[in-house]
Structure formats: C-alpha cells, structure tokens
Design a protein. Sequence first.
Length: 196
Amino acid sequence: MLKIVNAPDNVLSEIAKPVLKIDKNILAIIEEMKETLNATHNPEGVGLAAPQIGKSLQIFIIKPTQKSKIQVFINPKIQAQNQAEQNTEPHRNDQRESVRKSAEIKSASKKLEGCLSLPSIWGEVKRSQKVSVFYLDEKGKKHERLFTGFTATILQHEYDHLQGTLFPKRVLEQKGKLYKSIKNKKGEDEFEEMEI
C-alpha cells in the first residue's frame, strides 16, 4: 500500500503525463493504486488518481460501492453530456455513508465532495450527471462508455486530478461553500463551514 499524497504537494497541481506504454511498471503502479484505494477507511475512498500517490501519470481508478469491482482508466478523455442540467436533490458524495451531514448541509442542492488528498475538507460541487469517457483499460483495450449519477461525479473528480485541479477550485468557481469535518462526542462527523 502506498501513502496518499496530501495538498499542497506539487504533483497534485501538475497536468499528469500520458501513459505511452502499458508495461510491467504501469501495471505495478495500478496494482499499488488498487491496494491503496481498498485500504482507505473513514472515509472509504471511491476513486484514486495516480498523482495522489505521487505519480504524474494519466491513470485513475474508481470503486463506486464497496461491492464494485475496481475499474481502471488510462489516458481518459471526458465529455459532459448535460452541462446545463444540474442535480437539485440533496446528496452526500461523502466517500461512503459513514459521514453524517450537519443541519446546514441538508438543504444544499449541490453534491458534497471530499478528497483523500484533502483530509477533513468537503465542498459543494455541481457536476454533470452524464459523461462520456474515452479510455484504455489495463490491457490496453479502448473503451467509450456513458456513465451517470454518482459514478459520473467520481469520474469528473478523478479526471480533475489528472488536470492538476483539486475540488476546492471548482467550489470557488461555482461560488460554493467549503466545510471542515469534525468528530463530535459520539465519534460522528459534523461539518463546520470554512471561510473562503
């Protein structure tokens, strides 16, 4: 298992380099990424990009649910299918159901995102609910697939990592709010709004 790189490490703000050849080294990195993602707890991760383990490569993996098989995306390109359409339902994109919303978050119409590279920081981010993704899998096979809902959100978050963008930048662009999670006396997470 590899250590997850935290902001403000420079690798997180660089545009990741394309993978030129899927060789033993790349496959070893992907296996280490899988082990690292599977080992995340409190919160459990749903995605991990290569820059988050210190590798400036166009690779990310996702695991939307505990029972999901990890999917690998190499040199991905994403195209939003519904830029104008926004999800107005309150939703916790909180890296699993283990994190509770505070009362002030419950009325939010944007999804709440967190990041393994920004522990305890959360933000309201609007994302497209449908995305087409062009990518290679770990066997080098080309794919073009449409993803929706929570999976589409994860894909956009991870793709941003490959572009050197962390989710707080999206929050600022959208004039949203950032929150810090704090454990209460019962050991549950509560959210406190941060000044931007």
